[in-house]
Design a binder for this molecule. Structure first.
Ligand code: PMV
Length: 343
């Protein structure tokens, strides 16, 4: 699709004022998994990444956020929604909305109701889909008419990886002075499946921002990570352009393991993997040796995303279903265009 979320034509164009109170928009944005990862930030605020990154959108792992304009002087959160049960998450969104008002000269307050259809805060990129949904919702509801690049920057201010969830398919973060994401190919150009092996349903022990800082400050591997990153980006771009699965598998696993090596060697070491994580990694490697087109990637958490050529998906699922430490599998595919509905 490119039925753009930037298209506000379905909205009543009356200026946002008292008459708009009660107006709301619902945005569904998908999580993404970086095959070439962002790990480390540049100095300053706004989540400017230290490395570029390249991801695929996960079509069925979604955050749905209903954003409304309220008549009041405070943002309000629907107490029944998942994210707001966590005080820290609520503070993070409040701060984000304050920054948004200051940057865009807005004086509206918002009601926020948001749910994820997958485990939150556990390494499945809930902050990516969450802040992408919020940024798209703010652009639409406040009729800012920002283009995708600007919406991507707005999402990045909430979470670095959220810049990529503005798009579906194959997406790259361009590490400009003010970093933003761009789509490099659509999902239909190279339809791949993704099997997510859930190894924990609870939030991770250390959030990605703190873990990144600790890595940058203490890991002797961090300089090598930065220095070797561009070569991985080039290899991944080339693999996608040529639909070369083996090349994409090798560079993605290499980059993933390198990122985890930097965190494991920080002080104290950040070890997100659980026994189930390792079990899946070994099983996927064995499957590939036996001829199944599949590779793994793991973000800041214990979950494993297994990217497969569609003909390998059934084999991957049956090989992982009984793996010790795997709680359940979620089957999805590359995709994840955001969707907007007006209410
Ligand atoms: O966007 P954050 O702050 O949750 O950081 C994401 C970091 C990784 O998921 C590990 C890598 C990435 O590029 O998404």
């Amino acid at each position: 699709m490119d039925k753009s979320f930037l298209d506000n034509s379905a909205m009543d164009k009356s200026s946002i004022g008292k008459s708009s109170i009660g107006k709301s928009v619902t945005v569904s944005a998908a999580a993404n998994v970086a095959l070439i990862k962002y790990w480390g930030k540049r100095r300053g605020d706004g989540n400017q990444p230290a490395t570029p990154s390249l991801s695929i959108g996960l079509d069925d792992l979604r955050t749905t956020t209903q954003l409304g304009l309220v008549d009041g002087t405070r943002d309000s959160f629907d107490p029944s929604t998942q994210l707001v049960m966590n005080e820290q998450a609520q503070d993070r969104i409040r701060h984000y909305l304050d920054q948004f008002r200051a940057t865009f000269g807005q004086d509206h307050y918002f009601s926020v109701a948001t749910t994820n259809n997958f485990p939150t805060g556990s390494g499945l990129a809930s902050s990516a889909s969450g802040f992408a949904a919020l940024a798209i919702g703010l652009n639409t509801l406040c009729e800012l008419n920002l283009d995708k690049i600007e919406v991507s920057k707005l999402a990045r201010r909430g979470s670095g990886s959220a810049a990529r969830s503005i798009y579906g398919g194959y997406v790259e973060i361009v590490n400009d002075d003010d970093a933003f994401a761009a789509q490099i190919d659509t999902a239909s150009a190279w339809p791949l499946d993704v099997v997510v092996a859930v190894t924990a349903e609870t939030p991770k022990s250390i959030n990605s921002t703190d873990a990144m800082t600790q890595t940058a400050e203490t890991s002797p591997m961090y300089a090598a990570w930065l220095q070797s990153h561009e070569a991985d980006m080039s290899a991944a771009r080339e693999a996608i352009a040529n639909k070369n699965f083996q090349q994409l598998a090798e560079v993605s696993e290499f980059n993933c393991l390198k990122m985890h090596a930097t965190m494991i060697t920080s002080q104290p070491g950040v070890l997100y993997w659980l026994p189930g994580t390792l079990e899946v990694m070994h099983r996927v490697r064995l499957l590939r040796e036996q001829g199944s087109a599949a590779f793994f990637s793991i973000d800041a958490g214990s979950q494993v995303k297994v990217v497969c050529m569609p003909e390998a998906t059934a084999t991957v699922k049956s090989a992982l279903a009984d793996a010790p430490g795997v709680l359940r599998l979620i089957e999805t595919r590359v995709g994840g265009e955001p969707e907007v509905t007006f209410s």
